[in-house]
Write a protein that binds this ligand. Structure first.
Ligand code: C2E
Ligand code: CA
Ligand code: CA
Length: 286
């Protein structure tokens, strides 16, 4: 069994700054991830951030985005981007990616059995596009869990879509064929070329949250969002704005008539039991 490296006093040294060797940190983290995955994915879990559909006078939780979490007490301050990068770099994103999809499909199926139709979004890394058999895996999961594939939305970032264009478009076409929907995540952070948008097999664009910060004071970002809204309308794509944190940001987004919103202004990501309870409460109230 791999043990956390300690100094002579017995203090854990990696991540404490006493040994600042990136390779050793990486090695330790990878080992812990591998070990936990083999141990029935212990320390991993998936949380869910609601996606809100805003209408004139009310708002409705239409579903949620599944977000991976890893809490290993031996690695207390692991940042999410380091986690995802390590999973990608080590290839572990392939099995953990499938595990996240299975959790999300299971969870969404549960929400749907409780009453009204809910959707779940799942993030995919660029490497997962090359996971042979992934589309069939998703098809079988949906069958087993009796979830309509159209209740599942796979999110790919603009950068991963374009860095691997042929594979990614073939993969997304296969998803669409199955009935699964596709969203282009973090839009505006990559190449942001508008030319390719009309040719991509996608249903939705998610505007990156960097465009939303202090939106009320940023004319450029407001113009960008309005322009994207017009363009997505013409291309028959849905548009979601993420990262809405404040009343002021929400007011601008709402006044532009944007209806799909995610952000701390509504809810932070929540544990699966919690979101189920919320959906149940809302289903009963509705
Ligand atoms: P993302 O897909 O863009 O997910 C949105 C991130 O923004 C989440 O961070 C969410 O907690 C955070 N967020 C949502 N609303 C707000 C807001 O109003 N303000 C602020 N400041 N943040 C907000 P999280 O969970 O730390 O995830 C970070 C990234 O990690 C995700 O960005 C996604 O790229 C990646 N990720 C998470 N789970 C998975 C996964 O299962 N597979 C893959 N491949 N990547 C994942
Ligand atoms: Ca996402
Ligand atoms: Ca995003």
């Amino acid at each position: 069994m791999y043990r956390m490296p300690r100094n002579e006093e017995g203090d854990v040294v990696f991540f404490s700054g006493m040994v600042n060797n990136e390779d050793s940190k990486q090695f330790f983290l990878e080992n812990e991830l591998r070990k936990d995955m083999e141990n029935q994915y212990q320390n991993f879990r998936v949380v869910y951030q609601p996606i809100i559909q805003v209408e004139q006078n009310n708002s409705k939780w239409i579903g949620a985005e599944a977000l991976l979490r890893y809490s290993n007490p031996e690695i207390p301050n692991l940042n999410q981007m380091d986690l995802i990068r390590t999973l990608e770099y080590s290839g572990l994103i392939i099995p953990i990616g499938r595990w996240v999809i299975a959790q999300a499909v299971h969870e969404c199926s549960k929400w749907n059995r409780m009453g009204k139709s809910k959707i779940v979004h799942v993030n995919l890394s660029a490497q997962q596009v090359s996971d042979v058999g992934l589309v069939e895996y998703i098809r079988d999961l949906c069958k087993e869990e009796q979830l309509e594939p159209s209740n599942l939305v796979m999110e790919l970032t603009e950068t991963s879509m374009l860095s691997n264009f042929e594979n990614a478009t073939a993969f997304c076409n296969d998803l669409l064929q199955l009935g699964v929907r596709v969203a282009l995540d973090d839009f505006g952070t990559g190449y942001s070329s508008f030319n390719y948008l009309k040719n991509l097999p996608i249903n939705q664009i998610k505007i990156d949250r960097s465009y939303v910060q202090n939106l009320q004071e940023n004319q450029y970002n407001q113009t960008f969002i309005s322009f994207m809204q017009q363009l997505s309308g013409q291309l028959d794509l849905e548009m979601c704005v993420e990262g809405v944190e404040t009343q002021e940001e929400f007011d601008v987004v709402k006044n532009k008539g944007i209806s799909l919103i995610q952000g701390y202004y509504f809810e932070k990501p929540m544990e699966s039991e919690m979101i189920s309870r919320e959906f149940l409460k809302r289903t009963i109230q509705a």
